[in-house]
Design a protein around this ligand. Sequence first.
Ligand code: DGP
Ligand code: NA
Ligand code: NA
Length: 209
Amino acid sequence: MKSNMARGNLILIEGLDRSGKTTQTTRLVETLQRKGKEVELIKFPDRTTPIGRLINAYLVDKSFQLSDQSAHLLFSANRWELAEQIKQKLENGTNIILDRYVYSGIAYTAAKGLDFQWCKNCDIGLPKPDLIIFLNLINNETRSGFGDERYEIKSFQEKVKTQFELFFNEQNWHTIVVDHQTIEQVEDKVWKLVFPLVDHETTTPIDLF
Ligand code: DGP
Ligand code: NA
Ligand code: NA
């Protein structure tokens, strides 16, 4: 791709379990489609790939044994499976909305006590989002019930949150507090962050972690 050609934007929505990521990413994709933008939603983990099926087994079956390191590397490998496809789509002008990505990867494993830098290493070189929106659930009690997957335990979510907070000063990072907000109020805040990006042609090269 010539560097002066417009490309798609890589937009990531992150957050804890039950923070509303799935609703917001879905609505954002619908809004962009209505505006006539090329857009695709990619959700991580992508449980449909061969590695994704292993991740799914690990998440739903707590008796499925994997070391914390190997689980971490599987989640990263799952992102690498799609990395080339993501780059190509961006270069072809498609906007990509991500539901979770590298920051979940680091936060969920670092929350188990593994070294933060070690957690980052395997994602070095992946396409870096142009915009990161963190849906911040200040009080876990305000959201309805967790499911019963491996990480859906309040005390663990608190630890994950502490790790996510280490990213709050990252470039292109924005936080939206979702407690006591309607879906539409959050959607509006998401759109105010996304609009300036999609309203102008993005011609900068795709950044990498
Ligand atoms: P979700 O399908 O978005 O509910 O994600 C499934 C669970 O996996 C959720 O508890 C968050 C966790 N998760 C997502 N990405 C990663 C990752 O890269 N590493 C680890 N360890 N956990 C992750
Ligand atoms: Na979940
Ligand atoms: Na743009």
